[in-house]
Ligand binder design. Structure first.
Ligand SMILES: *Cc1c(COP(=O)(O)O)cnc(C)c1O
Length: 423
């Protein structure tokens, strides 16, 4: 299936209708567990001599179809889904790393990810150096002997910085560490980080892929390109005490990390996606390609309109010629630059709060990627836990308003902001 184009994969990959009683839609397999044929069959499944379903914390037929589709649309050898984007990131890093290891990360990250790397993982002995991602060489310069991963967002939330993924992937290659790219804001319909050297791609499925604001979910897509036998990752090349002596790199080859995520990550940390949410997210994935293009068109039109308003001090959208990231957007996001727009008002912080409170079509809430338009003031909400300096590095000034531009009629979105500015 993965030889086919994006939308065909988004609609069909992973679903063999002869295996689901002919159902055209992907069914919801709402079950916690699976009947074994006999004790030998059960023993073979647990020993990986035979692949099959054991328990929904590890896998589920609905989730498997979503996994196969995500692997197909991102161009990976496998994918694993989780209860949320945050669960994907935390489980991924805890499956990959151990106490004493070090990460080099972009300072422009989703607030929750920044806090995980900056506060929670250091408590477990895993530290992070945050660097200015607009300078790819800063990654190489921050590498230490114990560095075991680079972590970035392809299109930072909410800084909307487009990264030079190719240049950063070269630095990761030189350091012999996996290059992990959170591709949530761009979505796989606009950008495939694996084509630019990413080894692992992360999504919060809660956002554009689910697309309707109904269900949390997360995923890791494994490119299958990282050489786990380079000497830095003994957990892949030595017998695993946690899985009856399995040597991941030998037994599972390119899919070693995919299986480690299931056999250790999901088994031990338990962040499994509900099959019902997988079903909802599959509905979203099927229409992602048409939605994200309209989100992008609406966002570009609204950003252009905002630039012409006298109340507005500045506008940031990578599709605008005035954006610092315009040239990188042309290179990495030629099909569209997604639905997030940020701007500041001449009235600063107080005006930002007033406008955020006064919109009627835009909903004030902490999410992105919904079909409905959303508005938030990150400095007081999603990025509240950061210091003033960290907020600046993350691109969150006190006056910044973030819009997630939905699929409403653009005239109504302009009218809504206009009446809010008047207030
Ligand atoms: C929302 C988001 C996350 C976290 O995902 P959840 O599904 O909310 O846990 C991670 N990264 C980015 C870029 C996000 O926007």
């Amino acid at each position: 299936m993965s030889d086919q184009k994006f939308s065909t994969n988004a609609l069909h990959a992973g679903h063999d209708t002869t295996q689901t009683g002919g159902t055209r839609a992907v069914p919801i397999y709402q079950t916690s567990s699976y009947v074994f044929n006999d004790t030998e069959h059960a023993a073979n499944l647990f020993a990986l001599k035979e692949l099959g379903f054991i328990y929904t914390r590890l896998n589920n037929p609905t989730n498997q179809i979503l996994q196969d589709r995500l692997a197909a649309v991102e161009g990976g050898v496998g994918a694993v889904v989780f209860a949320s984007g945050t669960s994907a990131i935390a489980t991924g890093l805890m499956t990959l790393l151990k106490a004493g290891d070090h990460i080099v990360a972009s300072s422009s990250l989703y607030g929750g990810t920044f806090t995980l790397l900056n506060v929670t993982l250091p408590r477990l002995g895993i530290t992070t150096t945050f660097v200015d991602a607009s300078n790819p060489e800063s990654f190489g310069k921050a590498v230490q002997d114990n560095t075991r991963a680079f972590f970035v967002e392809s299109l930072g939330n909410p800084k909307l910085d487009v990264l030079d993924l190719k240049a950063i992937s070269k630095q990761a290659k030189a350091a012999q560490v996996p290059f992990i790219v959170d591709n949530t804001v761009a979505s796989p319909a606009l950008l495939n980080p694996i084509e630019h050297g990413a080894n692992l791609v992360i999504h919060s499925l809660t956002k554009y892929i689910g697309g309707q604001g109904t269900s949390l979910g997360g995923a890791i897509i494994d490119a299958g390109t990282f050489d786990w036998t380079n000497g830095k990752f003994p957990e892949f090349t030595e017998p695993s005490a946690g899985y009856h002596g399995l040597v991941y790199s030998e037994a599972l080859g390119a899919a070693a990390f995919t299986f480690k995520l299931i056999l250790e990550g999901l088994r031990d940390f338990g962040g499994a996606l509900s099959p019902y949410n997988a079903f909802q997210i599959i509905q979203g994935l099927e229409t992602l390609n048409v939605r994200i293009k309209q989100h992008s068109a609406n966002a570009l039109e609204l950003a252009t309109w905002l630039e012409g308003r006298e109340e507005v001090a500045w506008v940031n959208y990578p599709g605008l010629k005035s954006s610092k990231y315009y040239d990188l957007a042309k290179e990495y996001l030629p099909k569209g630059q997604s639905g997030l727009v940020t701007f500041g008002l001449k009235g600063g912080f107080e005006a930002a709060k007033k406008v955020t409170d006064a919109t009627k079509v835009f909903s004030l809430l902490a999410n992105i990627g919904d079909t409905k338009s959303l508005i938030i003031h990150p400095a007081s909400t999603t990025h509240q836990q950061l210091t003033a300096e960290q907020q600046i590095d993350a691109g969150v000034g006190a006056d910044l308003i973030r819009l997630s531009v939905g699929l409403e009629d653009i005239a109504d979105l302009k009218a809504d902001l206009e009446q809010a500015f008047a207030q």
